[in-house]
Design a protein around this ligand. Structure first.
Ligand code: GLN
Length: 310
């Protein structure tokens, strides 16, 4: 849409726009986003965009509904709507997403944390006791930071990502969420490669949301495909490439009774179990379904971990 539209529309209904309220602006946004195919809840998104612009929480917006926005705010809101019409992810426009009740900064170059990944982080929390833990492909840092803070900042944690942009967001998030510490390490590199030798067979929990989509076969939303980083999504043939590397290499990095906890994509539980068959080091302990009933989190015990489990 044309970014000057809100202003025109406002002028149309009330000359000069002086009678427009924030509530009217949300209504405008809601109507405008109705024609945008990718938007499932136009009213909700309209509120999220405006609250981000006002740097407040969505619910606080309701207390401010009678306020009258200035023209510059209306114009900026128009630009936001325009970006959404070009299928940019909502969270790239607002610059933020909530993960396990904490606000993470996101933007181009980093995967937006998904609600189903909260399940993965919660499962890792359950198994994490003494640490250290390792988060492979940390992205925005949402898993590593949540784990570290939930465990009272007491454990040692390592978070790896190959993308410098992603690590930039992760470090920024660690700072804004009070998770900067010599105990929480941000490491740039490819899976286990950058880790020092003294961490061999040291990790109690290895957690990962690896790239697991098959870009040729999976149905992938336009905004994801067009805007989110391919390195965080593309899991090669069947989406399984990264898992085979993790299974092969994790034996060198897990503690004897440690846990490997992985997010997976639709219909991947079966193929992943087959990959593990014949590998006596690993035993599948748990599979969690997400809200849509899709097998989403795979928990694997390493060499005797099942004795601890239950
Ligand atoms: N869950 C993401 C999506 O469906 C994919 C993330 C990943 O590959 N790990 O868009």
């Amino acid at each position: 849409m044309d970014a000057s539209l809100p202003i025109k529309a406002v002028r149309h209904s009330s000359p000069g726009g002086e009678n427009l309220t924030l509530s009217g602006l949300v209504k405008f946004g809601e109507n405008d986003l109705q024609s945008c195919e990718d938007v499932e809840s136009p009213g909700f998104e309209a509120e999220l965009l405006l609250s981000a612009l006002l740097k407040c929480r969505r619910l606080d917006l309701y207390l401010r509904f009678d306020e009258r926005p200035g023209l510059s705010l209306i114009r900026q809101y128009g630009f936001m709507l325009e970006r959404r019409h070009r299928f940019e992810p909502l969270q790239y426009i607002t610059g933020r997403e909530i993960f396990l009740n904490r606000e993470f900064s996101v933007g181009p170059g980093v995967l937006v944390p998904r609600p189903e990944t909260e399940l993965l982080a919660e499962e890792a929390m359950r198994f994490l006791n003494r640490g250290p833990f390792l988060d492979l492909g940390t992205g925005s840092g949402c898993i590593a930071i949540s784990l570290w803070l939930e465990k009272q900042k007491a454990l040692e944690g390592y978070a790896v990502d190959i993308s410098p942009e992603a690590l930039g967001y992760a470090r920024k998030n660690a700072k804004s969420l009070g998770a900067v510490s010599p105990k929480l390490h941000w490491v740039k590199g490819d899976l286990f490669h950058p880790l020092p030798d003294h961490l061999k067979n040291a990790f109690e929990v290895i957690v990962s949301n690896p790239p697991y989509l098959d870009m040729n076969r999976d149905k992938i939303g336009r905004s994801v495909r067009k805007f989110e980083p391919l390195a965080a999504l593309d899991g090669g043939e069947g989406g399984l490439t990264c898992y085979s590397r993790i299974f092969k290499e994790a034996v060198n990095w897990l503690k004897p009774d440690g846990f490997l906890i992985l997010e997976m994509g639709m219909n991947q539980a079966g193929p992943l179990m087959s990959m593990l068959k014949g590998n006596s080091s690993y035993r599948v302990l748990n599979i969690l379904k997400d809200e849509q009933g899709i097998d989403r989190v795979l928990t694997i015990g390493f060499n005797g971990a099942e004795k601890k489990y239950g």
